[in-house]
Design a protein around this ligand. Structure first.
Ligand code: COA
Length: 312
């Protein structure tokens, strides 16, 4: 039996910052941001709403959706590059707040690919029968490391959290194939600088992402024994609509078969794919037995993809 997603949840901070709001803060325009990135607005956490607060809310919602108690969780994995502090981990903070008294807990760092890394790590423990239920959370408060005077990066990012509960699902369903990769030689293209701000070479990241996302998506489809014509829905990391479009075109999918949650949320890094998954479930875009491809890339450089047959 495969591990699969049996519950989802998210936390979207209330405050919305539109492109027009950004026009008042820096030399940019709604037109530039929309046409170059696909982003219209993003949600930004309040000063007193830290990463662990968003992770906790998303996790609580996922447990409720899965219909299990916190005590049943065997492991909590939190993917983030913006923890409240280097230690204790966000995973330990929410372990306590949730009352997940039987759970081990750790954070993992794979930037925007962190959610995929989390899913695949959790899959191993479930399929080895080490744990019945694992909570995976992708969460970021990027607003605290964005350089708000740098228009090259400030317009791209948002805050939020997305969580899933993984457990065993019925035969043929669940995470049916995956791929993970890294290339540390590209670390210089996207990193946290000496001022603790996000520093990025946008063009290099763009080229890497266009190359990698489509290829990883095709790889997991093939590993699962399918072809691109079998794919029902694509959820790429929500970083830039033009990068996402290139992945969609490599799979020959029509526009309605790809999530464009980026419009409302921007790039929420480790939360982006999970947030888009919840968004499209709520939009009624995902059905039992659909073949989904989730694919991400990020600083590191890192990348990862999964093929999922949806349903419990
Ligand atoms: N508003 C207005 N103009 C802006 C701008 C902004 N927010 N940001 C950059 N510009 C300007 C640049 O200064 C440049 O002006 P110049 O030609 O006078 O020098 C011009 O727009 C074009 O910049 P360029 O970098 O070529 O734009 P682009 O089409 O490559 O788009 C990104 C820039 C950042 C949107 C794009 O490279 C990208 O999305 N890269 C990937 C980033 C990413 O996904 N990061 C997260 C990975 S997890």
């Amino acid at each position: 039996m495969n591990a699969g997603i049996i519950g989802v949840g998210r936390c979207v901070p209330e405050k919305v910052v539109t492109n027009f709001d950004l026009e008042k803060m820096m030399d940019t325009s709604d037109e530039w941001i929309r046409t170059r990135t696909g982003i219209e607005e993003r949600h930004i956490a309040e000063d007193d709403q830290d990463t662990s607060d968003m992770a906790f809310e998303a996790a609580e919602n996922a447990l409720k959706d899965a219909g299990i108690t916190a005590e049943q969780v065997g492991l909590i994995l939190v993917a983030t590059v913006t923890p409240d502090q280097p230690f204790p981990s966000v995973a330990c903070m929410i372990q306590d707040r949730l009352g997940a008294t039987n759970a081990a807990a750790m954070d993992l760092s794979a930037a925007c690919a962190g959610y995929i890394y989390g899913l695949i790590t959790a899959k191993q423990f479930i399929e080895n029968n080490a744990y019945d239920y694992i909570l995976v959370v992708g969460v970021e408060k990027l607003s605290k490391i964005v350089d708000w005077s740098d228009r090259n990066t400030a317009v791209l990012f948002g805050d939020g959290a997305a969580a899933v509960v993984l457990g065993k699902v019925s035969d043929g369903r669940g995470i049916i194939s995956y791929e993970l990769g890294s290339d540390g030689s590209g670390a210089k293209y996207l990193y946290q600088n000496e001022n603790d701000h996000i520093a990025m070479n946008g063009r290099e990241v763009f080229k890497f992402a266009v190359r990698q996302m489509g290829q990883s998506a095709l790889n997991v489809i093939e590993k699962a024994g399918y072809t691109k014509n079998d794919v029902d829905y694509l959820i790429p990391h929500q970083a830039n609509i033009r990068i996402m479009e290139s992945a969609r075109q490599r799979l020959d999918l029509p526009p309605e078969k790809m999530s464009t949650a980026i419009k409302k949320y921007g790039n929420t890094s480790a939360a982006s794919i999970g947030n888009a998954l919840v968004e499209e479930l709520e939009n009624g875009k995902i059905h039992d037995d659909d073949l989904l491809v989730l694919v991400g890339f990020g600083g590191g450089l890192t990348w990862g993809a999964v093929a999922i047959k949806w349903g419990k």
